[in-house]
Design a binder for this molecule. Structure first.
Ligand code: ADP
Length: 319
């Protein structure tokens, strides 16, 4: 193998640039030429591909987002569209591809591998919703952004006898909510795993206010569960707190990656290059119990959802 490509796909995440840098520099150190594909799978189909040198990835380890851009291309599920991608890769002589993204991007990588282009996936998403790895690139940075913002809300909440309802991202994965809940000392955490029962949430808040005498409360809730503004209204009506909702939204996707994300991204990028060089394809990189490894994408997509029960129990003991 002489030439490999790299692309970022799906939602962007801080640390993707650190992974791009690692792939480019690790590839060049091993004697490969590395090509950047711009705007995800769209760039493969439109031949938006350019050779990257060491200098092209200088200074990007500290930058959030992705210098290659990202996009979603529904049509990539069609074989005739992927054939264009394969033809463009062949034109450049690119035999292997690193794909940084989430589950959807992994499916594209698997489909391309089946058409003769060896692909290695790298988990890049702030949601930590890829079950085959303990952590995805971007999760730690997003978590720290959530903590910073909730800490600020706590200051103003306590001055006003308020319950701050904070909606965090996660795309049906509760990790951002549970980790943020524990690290900010939130009173209530609601995720898909805990389930949502409005009456129970109001009752718990009343208990904290009346029995425990709390002057404020923080409620952290995953996105896509309920309308948080309506919930805040109900809190004002049915508890002693005044409810206020904050949707953190896309600020969770930005920022310079944390040390942890930079290290993870660097290890993942380097591992992906090694995997391609040893002839692997249709596999993805992950970290499990501190060990960086690759596994089959098919197996990764079948990994059962992680339960966070021990973390919820820990939270319950401390609140
Ligand atoms: P993520 O990678 O973050 O999960 P998406 O689910 O949006 O994000 O997937 C990113 C892109 O991967 C899609 O826009 C599409 O181009 C490609 N993709 C997703 N599913 C498939 C599939 N079954 N076959 C081929 N390509 C796919």
């Amino acid at each position: 193998m002489k030439k490999i490509g790299i692309l970022t796909s799906g939602g962007d995440a801080p640390g993707m640039n650190a992974a791009i840098r690692a792939v480019v520099r690790s590839g060049i150190s091993a004697g490969l030429e590395v090509y950047g594909v711009f705007n995800g799978y769209e760039g493969l189909v439109n031949d938006n591909i350019r050779k990257l040198d060491r200098g092209d990835v200088s200074d990007i380890i500290i930058q959030g987002g992705t210098i290659l851009g990202s996009a979603r291309l529904e049509e990539f599920k069609l074989v005739e569209v992927r054939e264009k991608a394969v033809a463009n890769l062949a034109k450049h002589g690119i035999e292997g591809l690193v794909v940084i993204g989430g589950d959807g991007s992994y499916r594209g990588a698997l489909a391309l591998t089946e058409m003769g282009i060896n692909c290695i996936g790298i988990p890049g998403t702030i949601d930590n919703d890829i079950d085959s790895t303990d952590y995805t690139i971007g999760f730690d940075t997003a978590l720290n952004t959530v903590i910073e913002n909730v800490d600020k809300l706590r200051d103003t909440s306590s001055s006003h006898h308020r319950c701050s309802v904070v909606e965090v991202m996660g795309n049906r994965c509760g990790d951002l909510a549970i980790y943020a809940g524990i690290t900010t000392g939130a009173e209530v955490i609601v995720t898909k795993e805990t389930g949502y029962d409005e009456a129970e949430v109001l009752e718990r808040l009343n208990y904290f206010e009346q029995v425990k005498g709390k002057r404020h409360a923080i409620l952290i809730i995953s996105e896509k569960i309920t309308d948080v503004h309506l919930l805040a209204q109900k809190i004002s009506q049915h508890t002693g707190f005044s409810g206020r909702a904050t949707i953190l939204g896309h600020i969770q996707r930005g920022g310079s990656p944390t040390a942890r994300d930079r290290i993870l991204a660097t290890q993942f990028g380097d591992k992906a290059v090694q995997a391609l060089m040893s002839g692997e394809g249709g596999r993805c990189v992950g970290i499990v119990s501190e060990k960086v490894m690759t596994i089959d994408i098919t197996e990764a997509l079948r990994t059962p959802k992680k339960s966070r029960k021990p973390l919820f129990e820990l939270h319950d003991r401390l609140v």
